[in-house]
Design a protein around this ligand. Structure first.
Ligand code: PMP
Ligand code: GLU
Length: 410
């Protein structure tokens, strides 16, 4: 029997972030001493009150199918959250609950794209956006941003990338992998450009909303940016914006798989049709846990944010001290994205040339047991993505090992 996969799958790469953390886990299970800076998930446990809400739901028999778009109680909690935190006033009928924020983006693209439709993705981008656009039958249009612009998309570059075929701009602030955060004025400048192109909308991926180190006075000086939701900056574009968010990051709930999208009614209905013919719904008792999460006062979060900030400050200064690496201070999320340009082209002790950032990642894994993700997977080379969502001792160990391993390159 011939194995036949769909044609579209031949144009899609496996997720490099998932691949890197899976590989680190496999190597550990085989007995290797691996320090992983590859995982894009908090190392904290889900707060007890959220676990308790899930247990309560299980005890009450909330174990059956949920409506495709999510249980009404969660859609209401999301609508409350968007109004309270993000100046976004949408009814619960304009909210779709999904299996993680990832599925919200995927479902939105599948529900809205036709062949020839373009999706503008600023690079460095989260690995999944271009491939999801391809899977959905659209065409990703990658727009490079510059390190000297803080990896932020400029209105000029956006204008140049827009065409009559543009369906979406995907914005991610704070950004995975750079940690860049768009301020209100930067969003408004982009919004003005989008407003002139009537067919184009914005998918605003706000999954790292709470992970912003504003006014923290970090390693590289004062952080002056705070999180602003795209709709709050550009209320006139409410009908053309799909807000994507979820509980994975701030509530340490990556494995619960609850995310959501909120936006224009027809698109949300389309996403729900798609959900009804695929996953059916996100897991019912996890949705009840998400209600508790979103309605909480987030008192648990301050120590987490403090820990992330300390780790960020440590990681930035430690990576800048590693020979051949250099990075700016990211203002949000939990990633540092150092350039490794000085190391590409060097040779290992065995005489093997480090051709690119992927080769450097492999060298770091094999020589030092440090797992990271190569910048090329995020559309920017030569860079490394290091997640600092791990214990301080691991960060210390990783940077010590990298210093030793990279010093051996010549
Ligand atoms: N967007 C970005 C930028 C992310 O880094 C992630 C990480 N998984 C997601 C979306 C998806 O989040 P979730 O786990 O809720 O699917
Ligand atoms: N978003 C995280 C990361 O970038 C988790 C893995 C994934 O979904 O890509 O590492």
């Amino acid at each position: 029997m011939t194995s036949s996969l769909s044609q579209v799958l031949s144009r899609v790469r496996p997720s490099a972030t998932i691949a890197a953390s899976t590989r680190a886990g496999e190597l550990r299970r085989e007995g290797h001493d691996i320090v992983s800076l590859s995982a894009g998930e908090p190392d904290f446990d889900t707060p007890d009150f959220i676990v308790a809400a899930a247990m309560k739901a299980l005890g009450e028999g909330k174990t059956r199918y949920a409506p495709a778009g999510g249980i009404p109680e969660l859609r209401e909690a999301i609508a409350r959250k968007l109004k309270r935190d993000n100046a976004t006033d949408l009814p619960p009928s304009c909210v779709a609950v999904t299996c993680g924020a990832k599925q919200a983006i995927y479902n939105a693209l599948v529900a809205s794209l036709n062949p020839g439709d373009e999706v503008i993705v600023p690079a460095p981008y989260w690995v999944s956006y271009p491939d999801m656009a391809t899977l959905a039958g659209g065409t990703p249009v990658i727009v490079e941003t510059k390190e000297e612009d803080g990896f932020l998309l400029t209105p000029e570059a956006l204008e140049e990338a827009l065409s009559a075929n543009t369906r979406w701009l995907v914005l991610n602030s704070p950004s995975n992998p750079t940690g860049a955060v768009y301020g209100k004025e930067a969003l408004q400048a982009l919004g003005e450009v989008i407003a002139r192109h009537k067919r184009a909308g914005v998918i605003s991926d706000e999954i790292y909303e709470h992970l912003v180190y504003s006014n923290a006075g970090g390693a590289g000086g004062a952080d002056d940016v705070s999180f602003v939701s795209f709709v709050e900056a550009c209320p006139q574009l409410l009908e053309r914006t799909l807000v994507v968010n979820g509980v994975s990051k701030a509530f340490a709930m990556t494995g619960w798989r609850i995310g959501y999208a909120a936006g224009e009614a027809t698109l949300i209905k389309g996403m729900n049709v798609l959900q009804s013919q695929s996953a059916s719904s996100a897991t019912t008792f996890c949705q009840w846990a998400a209600v508790a999460a979103l309605d909480s006062d987030m008192a648990f979060f301050a120590p987490m944010l403090k820990a992330f900030r300390e780790r960020r400050d440590f990681t930035v200064q430690a990576l800048n001290a590693v020979p051949g690496l250099s990075c700016a201070v990211p203002q949000g999320a939990f990633y540092v994205f150092p350039s490794c340009a000085e190391l590409v082209g060097l040779k290992t002790e065995q005489g093997k040339r480090i051709e690119d950032d992927q080769a450097l990642c492999l060298y770091a894994l094999e020589q030092a047991g440090v797992a990271m993700v190569h910048g090329a997977a995020f559309g920017a080379s030569p860079y490394l993505r290091c997640s600092y969502a791990c214990k301080m001792e691991q960060l210390e160990e990783a940077t010590t090992r990298l210093t030793k391993a990279f010093a051996m390159l010549s």
